[in-house]
Design a protein around this ligand. Sequence first.
Ligand SMILES: *Cc1c(COP(=O)(O)O)cnc(C)c1O
Length: 358
Amino acid sequence: MGQGVLRRYAEYLPLTPRTPMITLGEGETPLVKSRHLVKEVGCDELYLKLEGCNPTGSFKDRGMVVAVAKALEAGSTSIICASTGNTSASAAAYAAYCGLVAIVLVPKGEVAKGKLAQAMACGARVLTVNGNFDEALKIVRDLTQRHPIYLVNSVNPYRVEGQKTAAFEVVDDLGDAPDYLCIPVGNAGNITAYWKGFVEYHRAGKAKSLPRMMGFQAAGAAPIVLGAPVAKPQTVASAIRIGNPASWEGALRARDESTGLIAAVSDEEILEAYRLLARTEGVFCEPASAASVAGLLKLARTGWTFQGKRVVCVITGTGLKDPDLATQQARGEFQEVAADLRAVEDVLLSLNIGVRAG
Ligand SMILES: *Cc1c(COP(=O)(O)O)cnc(C)c1O
């Protein structure tokens, strides 16, 4: 049984004797060794940190468990967030588990169906806002200034505290930090959290080195790359469709202190990585998650050399939440057949897998 993030990393988290040690089994996600993309990148070892294996299907659970524990400790009875989807699914689940009311604001028409379904199933009050994520976040921040509702967006420092435990796990699994850590960047809480985690573990003597932090935004939602907010962010990767990241400063610090970079990848590059991850590695993630691999492939193809290096890509969430996109991307790849042995044999004949006519 998993211990959960609070117990496993208690000494690195801002807990008190009064913090309830809740868990839905978050953390301890797999670090899977790539067998195919590693060749294309040309690095020594490539690992995929599968954050879609968290209880609600994204890394958001790591931060949410800490934020909700602190909400309980503070005596709050309701929590609220703005969300591109995964934060609301996570908030709803932990609120249900802890008997809290969850209120989530999502941009209308911009959230994958599976994420909304999760939030609704767990009993959250879902408000679809006629605006984008940045506008929803502004409303939520103002609301929590005026009313006793506990804010669980990543502007809440406890979210970042919880999310940094993913960096600890990478180091615990590899015995040191990797040379490069590739990660999608939306609101920039996660890149901020990973860097904080690597630095703290290094300081504690748990890691000999620090990674270079390689953040990737979608080209249509790349404020940090452009150096200015984007009023109408657009990308297929809805989880990183954010025009004015709350943790902008944290992302710049991660980039600069680690001598890393933050670059943009196009939707085509994101979708290519999304397909490649599923088809060559068996990892079915969401498009935003594929931005980490898209960025790494782009660097490798444009002359960066990763020879002799160990690279980790953070795969932030599962692909199961958006089955429409998945089937659309795999168009033409299923075929109807009669309920008949010969009919199925006939189809398999063409596959060159040793099925013969007769
Ligand atoms: C939230 C999220 C991101 C972006 O993380 P930030 O902390 O906002 O930068 C990326 N991928 C998935 C699947 C997410 O849910």
